[in-house]
Ligand binder design. Sequence first.
Ligand code: UDX
Length: 472
Amino acid sequence: MAAHVLVFPWPLQGHINSMLPFAVALAGAGVHVTFLHTEPNLRRAAATASPAARLRFMSVPDGLPDDHPRSVGDLTELAMSLNTTGAAAYRALLDSMLSAAGSHAADAGAAVGVFPAVSCVVGDVFLPFTVDVAEELGVPALAFHTASACSVLAYLSLPRLTELGEVPVSVGVDLDAPVRGVPGMEGFLRRRDLPSTCRRRPDTHGIDPALHILAGHAARSSGARALIINTAVSLEAPALARIAPRMRDLFAIGPLHAMSSAAAPASTSLWPEDEGCMEWLDGQADKSVVYVSLGSLAVISLEQFTEFLHGLVNAGYAFLWALRPDTVGASQSTVLQEAVEAAANGKARVVDWAPQRDVLRHRAVGCFLTHAGWNSTLEGIVEGVPLVCWPFFGDQQTNSRFVGAVWGTGLDMKDVCERAVVEGMVREAMESGELRRSAQALAKEVRRDVAEGGSSASEFRRLVGFIKELNV
Ligand code: UDX
């Protein structure tokens, strides 16, 4: 029977940016793919026209009113609504796809335009119902983790961390104390490098309710037919080796955006990309610009914005700042943009949303001030650009430790937001030959992983075979 995979990401930019190139790569390998958005995201996505003949987009409601902010700040309401309304709509859709495609089910040589019956689901680890419902309906399901293997391992280690009293991390304890509860990371992981949900909330001193939910999601991956992670062995072999025995199978197939089979997918952006900044970069000298972006979810205070701004201006380099209009609380984005342009005296460009992968590939970019979201980290690594990390939440705390202490391709500014530190780290990232050499060497290794015959490319091929052999 021809394979048809239903791919369902958490409806957030970072998850779509990882799982859509995966869907494109699958379609390129001859598999039919239905990529499931939520209704508001399907309306926003630039990519409603499919970038591949075997790939189509569908949607389910997320259950929230149209004017709900959804993805910024508190994600609890979105999560709850997805787990109820979203899950019910997904079950109904999958059920109807199975019955409607019944007539095609025996069609071994399905034509490109004819989608055979769904033979497999690949669901985001953050939506465990995707796997449970599929298996209940008789469809084999795999789980996909869009974050780093090191953060997955940290979540899987929660029982041990709790037993050792290392988690939850109480307010006021020494955050530089080493952590012993995550295997293989004893030499460099500190309390401050654990996923941010491991810390007690500074306001109430209570446990972050997301901690057990996220750890539970990671643990439940072991029930899926396999776990797919968007990472590469040259980055995270030790963590992958610790995760593998806990899963039924494990595929490390990243960085997916750099896979040749996923080349040139349509834009994955939920915001319009400001292409004007590419022309601005064309006018700058090689490796002379600092690119600044805190991803799709981070919200900072006006004080933090001011410290970043002064640090960047004082470092003296031109900079391009992708500043989403909702980044700085309720502040007016045009006022902030004008503040940046005035302070930088013509040496800065601010956009709401940049074509980030193209920006990082541009010869003018010398370093990347990032929140260390996993996609941004991978995108910076693939281009060999030194990183200055200011992790905001979740896995970013662990990713940035790997950048600073394991790969040596950047600096970790974690838990500090002061202009002098921003200035010093940006200068070092722009000027240090050692950081640049390490970043470029790592880029070479990772590019080898995704090239024909490399470990990620071979694992992707194995995954396609695995999917084709699954029987509904
Ligand atoms: C969060 C997590 O930190 C991440 O690790 C997890 O896997 C998904 O959710 P997010 O804030 O979305 O991530 O950051 P990141 O994972 O870096 O993804 C942001 C994406 O938006 C990147 O692919 C980046 O290229 C893109 N982006 C960002 C743009 O295209 N333009 C911009 O201006 C800013």
